[in-house]
Design a binder for this molecule. Structure first.
Ligand code: BES
Ligand code: ZN
Ligand code: ZN
Length: 492
């Protein structure tokens, strides 16, 4: 989809979108052609359309023998508009346009934009490209329409800023769609080896460096917690290391992004139910978010040094698989009693985190993982659970979240629950019992961050949608890509 600023409204516009504040008079909408004003005014009156927030009305008109569609979109009170509400409105308009099979959109924003010009361009482009996304490559007969161009009718004085925003928004959305594609691929297509190959392609395309470590070296460097999870599968594990070097200062610190990369999670011997297994091809959404964020930050040329670590493997059943009751020695030396083979993500993450801190000298750690059903139980599918040992870092994440609209909520890293992870025969258990599962999973991981500033994002609920809503279509949301990218920008 081409996205640009409208030079001159013409007489034949395919689809016209008019956004306006409550009870608005569309006569004052800048650049809106007379024929649209008169046609829309009739409908507004007839239908008593009052432009309340998120109300949408579309109808066809004929002008000079050309057929056009008009979409009216209510902004409500423009002073109450924020980035996320605006993003939602654009998504509604684009969905309405897709339903009409529209090819060319012309947007006339008839309200005072309260988010700033760069942000306006950013959100417009981001929302349009995110909303248009659909994973339909396996449908023999895809019905998804595509929009060819999206023109924005605004004051040319603001063009420079809006255009900058449009470029940024495109970077965020394309990186998110890249992650969505990876997550949506089934596990017979994306397994550790092919995930590593996909990562290599992305690295080459965007220009960050990558190293892929295979089974033999993983054994040599004793990533045994990771290997315990991996060994039940015929597909060999891969450790995928990404490196973005944007700050040449030799004293510059490295921030690690660690993404859970279970390309399939059957649960292992503590096997999941059939229903619980279907979506477990998506258990690498954290890894995909890290890859997407790398694509975005390299394009944005952030002045930071970032390391990405993805321990990619499958959690399967075989004569080789790890078993409940096993004791494994993690790379850090700490031993872990495996209470449940389905709590595998944390075992892979702790070795990845240990690697990041001790081999790559990361000074801050951010992990992102589809880690617990408990996070879904606590916060549902619209809010990501976050734990931290560093409130200042969390504040930055909160501000990033306000901009990107990817909601987060902090869960307490309550010291009292640490004892739930105590084992009689090993340093730790991999499960803290039936309650507060998202918290105990976070506390388990915290044991391996060596007091470095740390953020833990549990995206088990937010990584997928079972039906389209807002900028998300069915399937992977790409959650975390924009959030991590924006967070890193705030850390620049
Ligand atoms: N990958 C799952 C978590 C998950 C559940 C993600 C639902 C997305 C949707 C994880 O590996 C898992 O199985 N966790 C267990 C942990 C339990 C055994 C302590 C869970 O949450 O049930
Ligand atoms: Zn599991
Ligand atoms: Zn899992």
């Amino acid at each position: 989809m081409k996205i640009d600023l409208l030079r001159k409204p013409t007489d034949h516009m395919d689809t016209v979108i008019v956004m306006h504040g409550e009870k608005g008079d569309i006569h004052s909408v800048e650049y809106l052609p007379e024929f649209v004003i008169s046609a829309a005014s009739v409908i507004i009156k007839q239908e008593d359309f009052s432009f309340e927030y998120a109300s949408v009305k579309s109808f066809p008109i004929v002008h000079n023998r050309y057929r056009s569609n008009i979409i009216l979109c209510g902004v409500g009170n423009p002073h109450e508009l924020d980035c996320d509400k605006l993003r939602h409105l654009i998504a509604l308009c684009v969905r309405a346009a897709l339903k009409l099979n529209a090819k060319e959109l012309f947007l006339f924003p008839g309200f005072n934009n309260p988010v700033g010009e760069v942000n306006f361009g950013h959100i417009l482009a981001e929302a349009a490209l995110l909303t248009e996304y659909k994973f339909d490559k396996y449908l023999s007969d895809s019905k998804q329409a595509t929009i060819e161009s999206f023109h924005l009718a605004i004051n040319p004085k603001t063009a420079r800023h809006i255009n900058r925003g449009i470029l940024e928004g495109r970077i965020y959305a394309e990186a998110t769609n890249l992650a969505r594609d990876l997550v949506n691929e089934p596990a017979n297509v994306i397994y550790p080896e092919t995930l590593a190959e996909a990562a290599r392609k992305i690295a080459l395309q965007y220009g960050f460096s990558i190293e892929i470590i295979g089974l033999e070296k993983l054994k040599r460097i004793k990533m045994e917690a990771f290997l315990a999870v991996a060994k039940g599968s015929k597909q060999e594990p891969r450790l995928i290391l990404l490196n973005y070097h944007g700050n040449p200062d030799p004293k510059a610190k490295t921030i690690a992004l660690v993404g859970k990369g279970l390309t399939y999670d059957s649960g292992g011997y503590c096997i999941k139910t059939p229903q619980g297994m279907v979506n477990m091809k998506n258990d690498m959404a954290g890894a995909a978010a890290v890859l997407g964020a790398f694509a975005a930050i390299t394009t944005l040329k952030l002045k930071l040094n970032v390391l990405g670590v993805i321990a990619a493997c499958e959690n399967m059943i075989s004569g080789e698989a790890y078993k409940a009751g096993d004791i494994v020695r993690s790379m850090s030396g700490k031993t872990i009693e495996v209470i449940n083979t389905d709590a595998e993500g944390r075992l892979t993450l702790i070795d990845a985190i240990h690697y990041a801190i001790n081999r790559s000298h990361a000074s801050k750690v951010i992990d992102i993982a589809t880690l617990t059903g408990a996070a879904v139980g606590a916060l549902g599918n619209q809010i990501t659970a976050v734990l931290t040992n560093n409130e200042a870092l969390l504040e930055k994440l909160q501000s990033a979240s306000e901009f990107t609209g990817e909601k987060i909520w902090q869960l307490p890293a309550h010291e009292g629950y640490k004892e739930l992870l105590k084992s009689e025969i090993a340093d730790l258990k991999n499960v803290g019992g039936p309650f507060a599962g998202a918290i105990t999973a976070g506390l388990f991981i915290r044991e391996f961050v060596e007091n470095k500033p740390w953020l833990h994002l549990d995206i088990a609920g937010t990584a997928l949608k079972d039906k389209e809503s807002g900028v998300n279509s069915y399937g992977a949301t790409g959650v975390g890509v924009r959030l991590l990218t924006q967070l890193l920008r705030e850390m620049e």
